[in-house]
Structures are given as structure tokens and as C-alpha cells.
Design a binder for this molecule. Structure first.
Ligand SMILES: Cc1cc2nc3c(=O)[nH]c(=O)nc-3n(C[C@H](O)[C@H](O)[C@H](O)COP(=O)(O)O)c2cc1C
Length: 277
């Protein structure tokens, strides 16, 4: 095995708990991707604007459904505007420390404009229009993160912007059929990222058909493995659920979704002109 193969094998084993085969190939990019983590603490150092532009271009070179290119990126460059957005999250949020903020948007507007400019009907005003643009934007977000992390930047997506989508949409002057899918905090990391363990591959990678054999036991194993290496610093919503001894990933995620989140997102999307039928 090459040094890269050894590093990749180790990194994937640590992240997923085990790997049932030897990696057949590796390179520095794969090793880097396997060991990545989100960054929420940034050095007090700005990010060159042309680097952000370059990474946007690279991100937009990623695949796009039917070449429709239904995603745009808003670079929130104005410090005042950024601060106004940061204030929505409260002073204690890590987001306020991000040197740069991008907002990734789904854009189904251009497609409708093309239909109009080319004098064609648009009989596709249904859920797919929203879904395709959302996926395109998500792919660009992911590609941006991969590119940014490859040059040593730290990133963290921010779906919390959708807790404030009407006001953010107004601040960024997003027109009808353009909607934010996530923000992205970008900056030079203050420290190396923590590598968060993932569910075992036997749960998330399926061969030929979908299986759920022993999924609950596998998740419980994962909870224990993760708690042993990366225990949660604090338990979520103890007022409702109290403190529990075996607090792991599944308990945390169940608690997270035991309260309504973004119940108004559907009405925001409809207000942007989408018909979600
Ligand atoms: C679409 C998306 C939205 C996210 N939104 C937030 C967010 O609002 N706040 C936050 O702290 N992290 C957010 N994250 C980061 C995840 O919490 C993080 O990816 C996850 O905990 C796994 O950690 P890792 O990226 O370090 O492996 C988001 C990630 C994605 C992909």
C-alpha cells in the first residue's frame, strides 16, 4: 500500500468504525476529503476576494441537471450587510465570527425567463421546479466546500439562514423563484477541524436493493462508538427531556426533531412563486 492508501484506509476506518476491504487506490485529495470537518472557528484574517470568486467558479463547474444551471451564489461582501445578517443569529452564535458569508440559492427564475424570451409555454410549474433547483444549489455548495477545504480554508454550511428566509431574501433582494438553500461561512481556520464519525457504511451504502437489516442495532453500536470517542459536550433540551446517561447521536437527533423547525419554510417557498404540487 502507498502512504496515501494507508492514510485513506485509516481515515475511513476511524470515521466509519470499520472498513471491510482494502482501499484499491488513494491520492492526497481523497485523503483530504476523508478527513475533512466543518469549521466554526476562524482566524482573524480575511479571505482574498479573487480566491472566493475562483472557488465560486470551480463550484459552478460541478454537474447541473440537464445543463439548466439553476443555482446562483450571493457573496455577502459588504461588512454592514453581513453584520445585519449575523445579528439574526444572536451575538453568541459562532456565525458572527465568520470572515466571509456566501448564500447558495436555487434559481428557477432563469428557466422561466428563457421560456418567456423564446416564446415557449412552461407547463412545469410543480414540485420538480423547486426540487431541481434545490439539488443544483446543493451540489454547488458541496463543490465549493470541497474546493475551499482543498486550499486550506474552513467552511460550515448554515441552514439556519432558512429560519430567517423572508428577511434574508429581502436583504439580498432575491426575486421570485430564487430562494436560499443554505449560507456558507468561510474563513481561514483557527484550528484543525474535528472529524465527526459517521454511520457505518453497512447502514448507508446499499447493494442492488435497499436493506435495513439490523439497522437499529447498528445505530445503537454507532451511538456507543461515537460517545466513546466524541461525546456530546451538552445534552439538547434538558427542560423537556431531562439528562440521560446514554446520550448519543440518535438521542440528540431525536431530540432535535422533537420540536417544530422551519414550519414556515413551505409558505416562504410558495410566496416565492413555487407551486409545490
Ligand atoms: C445543508 C447543511 C446545512 C447545515 N447547517 C448548519 C447550521 O445551520 N449550523 C451549523 O452549525 N452547522 C450546519 N451544518 C454543518 C453540519 O452540522 C455538519 O456538516 C455535520 O455536523 C457533520 O459535521 P462535519 O461537517 O464536521 O463532518 C450544515 C451542513 C449542511 C450540509
Amino acid at each position: 500500500m502507498t502512504d496515501d492508501q494507508i492514510a485513506l484506509q485509516q481515515s475511513l476506518t476511524d470515521r466509519f468504525g470499520s472498513l471491510s476491504y482494502q482501499v484499491p487506490t488513494a491520492n492526497p485529495q481523497l485523503v483530504h476529503m476523508a478527513g475533512r470537518g466543518s469549521c466554526r472557528r476562524f482566524a482573524d484574517k480575511s479571505v482574498d476576494d479573487t480566491l472566493i470568486e475562483t472557488l465560486c467558479a470551480v463550484a459552478l463547474a460541478s454537474p447541473t441537471k440537464s445543463d439548466l444551471q439553476q443555482r446562483d451564489i450571493v457573496i455577502v461582501q459588504e461588512q454592514n450587510l453581513r453584520n445585519e445578517i449575523y445579528r439574526l443569529f444572536g451575538d453568541s452564535s459562532w456565525i458572527a465570527g465568520a470572515p466571509m458569508l456566501l448564500v447558495f440559492c436555487g434559481n428557477n427564475r432563469r428557466q422561466r425567463q428563457l421560456s418567456k424570451w423564446r416564446d415557449k409555454p412552461f407547463p412545469n410549474d410543480h414540485l420538480d421546479a423547486f426540487f431541481n433547483a434545490s439539488i443544483d444549489a446543493g451540489i454547488a455548495l458541496s463543490a465549493f466546500v470541497t474546493g475551499a477545504e482543498s486550499v486550506g480554508l474552513g467552511c460550515c454550511p448554515i441552514s439556519e439562514i432558512r429560519n430567517h428566509c423572508t428577511i434574508i431574501s429581502e436583504k439580498l433582494q432575491l426575486p421570485q423563484h430564487v430562494f436560499p438553500i443554505a449560507g456558507l461561512a468561510v474563513g481561514w481556520p483557527k484550528q484543525s477541524p474535528e472529524v465527526s464519525m459517521r454511520l457505518p457504511l453497512s447502514v448507508t451504502v446499499h447493494r442492488n436493493f435497499f436493506t435495513e437489516t439490523d439497522v437499529q442495532a447498528e445505530v445503537e453500536d454507532y451511538d456507543q462508538r461515537r460517545s466513546a470517542h466524541q461525546p456530546y459536550a451538552q445534552q439538547r433540551d434538558i427542560e423537556h427531556f431531562g439528562q440521560t446517561k446514554d446520550y448519543g447521536w440518535s438521542e440528540d437527533k431525536a431530540r432535535q426533531y422533537a420540536v417544530p423547525q422551519r414550519a414556515d419554510f413551505g409558505s416562504f417557498v410558495r410566496s416565492k412563486g413555487f407551486v409545490l404540487k
